[in-house]
Every structure is written in C-alpha cells, then in structure tokens.
Design a binder for this molecule. Structure first.
Ligand code: ADP
Ligand code: MG
Length: 400
C-alpha cells in the first residue's frame, strides 16, 4: 500500500501541479502541503489527556488550487476537487455560508471549509487537486494531512491566518463533526507543528509540546504496514473510550492522566477487571512516553527501545488493540537481533491493523527489511509495505 518508491515532496508537488493543469486547463495559483505522522510511543493516551510522542513523516498530502469563475444556479460558490489518489472529481457547494456533509472523502475537506466559514472567512469558487503519498487508511493519518493541507490552503486563499493551536482545533473539529471520527488532537498537531529532525512530546491536557531532537544518523525509523485493517477498529475504539471514562469516574477524576498507578491499584476491587486493565495501560503508557522522551534527549537509545517494547506488550495484553499480524511484525523485527543493535518496535496508531514503528541500526536496515518482509509473507500470505523516514517539517505553503 505504501509503494516502494519514495516520492520526494518536490516530486509530489510537481505531480500535483501537472495533474491540476491537465484537469483544469490552467496553472495552479497556490500549492499547500501537510505531512502524515507516526507516533513513536504513547498510544491511546491522547483522549485521556496524557502524553504522545509523534513526528511528522516524509509523506504528505499536497493540494494545488486556483480560483474559478464557476458559480451555481443561484450564484453559489462551487468548489471542484479532483483526488489523484482516488481518480475521482467531486463538487462542493457553499450556500448561505454553509456547507453540507456528503458521507464521502470530501467531508474531510468540507469540514475545514465549514470551520473557515464559521470564522467569517469569504471563500471564492475554487478548483483543487488533491495528491499525496500518505497511504489512505494505513494509520499514518492521511486524514489529518488532508485536513491540515486544506486549512493551510484556506489561510492563503482567504487571508485568515490562524494560530497553530486554533488550526489544530479547527481540523480536529472537522474530523469530529464532518467525518464522524472522535479523534484526539495528536494527528492534526503533528501535521501542523512537525519539526525537521525532531519529535514532539505533546501533553494532550495542556496542549503544550516539547521538541526533542532526533539526529542520530546511525538509527533508522522503520515503518512497516501490515496491510491489514480489521473491521472491529471503530467499534472497539468507542468501547475503549467508554471504559476509560468509566475508570476515570470511579477514580473521581476527569482524565485518567491525572491518576497515579498506586491510586488505581487502591481502587482495583471497585472496578471491573477489564476497566482496570484499560486504565493500567493508560497510566503506565503516559509515564513510559515521558520517560522515552527523556531517554531520547539523553541519547539513551536502548531505554527508548525497551519502552517501545513495553508499550506494545501493554497494548496487546491490557488494552487489547493489537492483532496477530502486528504481534508477528514485532516478533520478526526483534528476531533480527538485539545483539545486532535492533532497539525496539511496537504497533502504532489505533490498532487492529495498520503499521508498526521500529528503531533499527541503519547499517542492517536492508537486511531487516528483506528478512521481515519474507517471513511475514511466508506466515500470512500478505506482502507488507515498508519505508523509512526522518522527522519532517509540518504543513507549509509551497506556492502562493
Ligand atoms: P488514516 O488517517 O490513518 O490514513 P482514516 O480512515 O482516518 O485513515 O482517513 C482516510 C480517509 O481520508 C480516506 O478514506 C479518505 O476519505 C480521506 N483521504 C485521505 N487522503 C486522501 C486523498 N489523497 N484523496 C482523497 N481522500 C483522502
Ligand atoms: Mg485518520
């Protein structure tokens, strides 16, 4: 799904501009881009107000756009959008400063338009090409990349500039209200605020982030897409959120992030065993995430790796959001040898499929990719998709 060949951002921009010219018979006036993200550690902590530790990746959604003269029968604003990835054109109508959901991929875009309209922005008719190399639905947040690229474009088009946090919140609201996904703020935050060669330790309660350098040239960040997505993901996500709320209620706090492990243990007898396990994951994971950031800052790479492995075990056993394919990938990567310098690996994203993220020595990167891919295929009959990334810059206007 990820495609073997890395497309550099400049190539992607070129492709989007060419696609725009072919489709709309004119040159784009604006080009905006926003990256996907990967979370190194801190899973299912965001909606509990805990820490997450993501970075923007070298894969982006790019938009090429220009004003258009087209209007609806009653003078309505028309937005034509062609997705190069889906090979499909859709049109949105803005009527009386309002835009509707249509239960398709354009909702991620319409939600951002709605956010700008609510701020009183005047949006002209537009033609837009969407192109990108973040896999759709692979857990690397193509949805946030799409939302943030649209918000970045609309800032340039309307002249309405948002603070970074307001932009993040506007995009999150679009995902909630238009796409119907009750996500935390991590994905949009990383796509807006990503910093080259840095990870972001984000405190999801205060929304403050601390940047941590990742400059070690000997360590590669390896992302492996299991190429499975089990259907129970959405329903189980909602269940986990309810279980966390239940635990917080019993513990008398608003967010699980404010609980110490000893407080949880003291209330174990008052809790359903499942609710207890869920809370144990969240509390331990928040601590692990803060510790991983500290360890990285000090260059204690083996500790970072250990914490990633603990995180995976906790997601598998206590939070129960892993699956056989992700567990297998984790096992296969570690089989490549701690003694050879493999640091750690874990599932990343919501779970039930999607990707793993691993820290591995650059000098045996190719060997690991070959070995893990072959053995994963042998056991599952599925070809995984693999790529490496360095922490990338957040959203930007490429042309305006
Ligand atoms: P993820 O964010 O992990 O990639 P989601 O299910 O949250 O997965 O979001 C994927 C959805 O976002 C796609 O199904 C599609 O609706 C929309 N999307 C993302 N990128 C594009 C694109 N380039 N063209 C059209 N739709 C896109
Ligand atoms: Mg998403």
């Amino acid at each position: 799904m990820l495609g073997d060949k890395e497309l550099e951002l400049t190539d992607l921009v070129q492709r989007a501009e060419n696609t725009f010219e072919t489709n709309f018979k004119k040159k784009p006036q604006w080009v905006a881009s926003a990256p996907g993200r990967v979370n190194l550690i801190g899973e299912h902590t965001d909606y509990n107000g805990g820490y997450v530790f993501p970075m923007a990746i070298q894969r982006s959604v790019v938009l090429a756009a220009a004003p258009s003269d087209e209007t609806g029968e009653n003078g309505e604003t028309i937005v034509n959008i062609y997705s190069h990835n889906l090979g499909e054109t859709k049109s949105l109508k803005i009527i009386d400063n309002k835009i509707k959901r249509s239960l398709t991929w354009t909702d991620y875009i319409a939600g951002i338009f709605a956010g700008f309209l609510a701020l009183g922005a005047e949006i002209p008719s537009l033609d837009i090409v969407v192109d990108g190399n973040v896999p759709l639905g692979g857990g690397l947040s193509s949805s946030a990349a799409l939302e943030v690229s649209v918000a970045t474009l609309l800032e340039a088009v309307t002249g309405k500039n948002l603070s970074a946090l307001d932009k993040v919140l506007l995009c999150q609201k679009a995902e909630h209200d238009f796409a119907g996904v009750p996500c935390g703020i991590m994905d949009q935050f990383a796509s807006v605020n990503g910093k080259k060669d840095h990870l972001l330790l984000l405190d999801c309660k205060s929304t403050k982030a601390y940047v941590v350098p990742f400059e070690n040239p000997d360590i590669s960040i390896l992302i492996i897409d299991s190429n499975v997505k089990h259907q129970l993901a959405n329903g189980e996500y909602a269940k986990r959120r309810e279980e966390c709320e239940k635990a917080a209620e019993i513990l008398g706090v608003e967010l699980l992030r404010d609980v110490k492990m000893a407080d949880l243990e003291a209330k174990e007898s008052e809790m359903d065993a499942t609710v207890f396990k869920r809370a144990r994951h969240v509390i331990a994971e928040t601590e692990r995430t803060a510790n991983a950031a500290k360890a990285m800052k000090r260059g204690e790479w083996s500790l970072v790796g250990e914490l990633m492995l603990e995180s995976h075990a906790s997601l598998r056993d206590d939070y129960e959001v892993s699956c056989n394919e992700l567990d297998l990938l984790v096992e296969l990567v570690m089989d490549c040898g701690k003694s050879k310098g493999v640091l750690g690996t874990r599932m990343t994203g919501g779970g039930f499929g999607g990707c793993t993220v691993s820290l591995v020595p650059k000098k045996i990167l190719e060997e690991i990719i070959q070995d893990v891919s072959a053995r994963y295929f042998e056991k599952t009959g599925i070809q995984p998709a693999v790529f490496t990334t360095r922490p990338a810059q957040g959203a930007q206007m490429v042309k305006q």
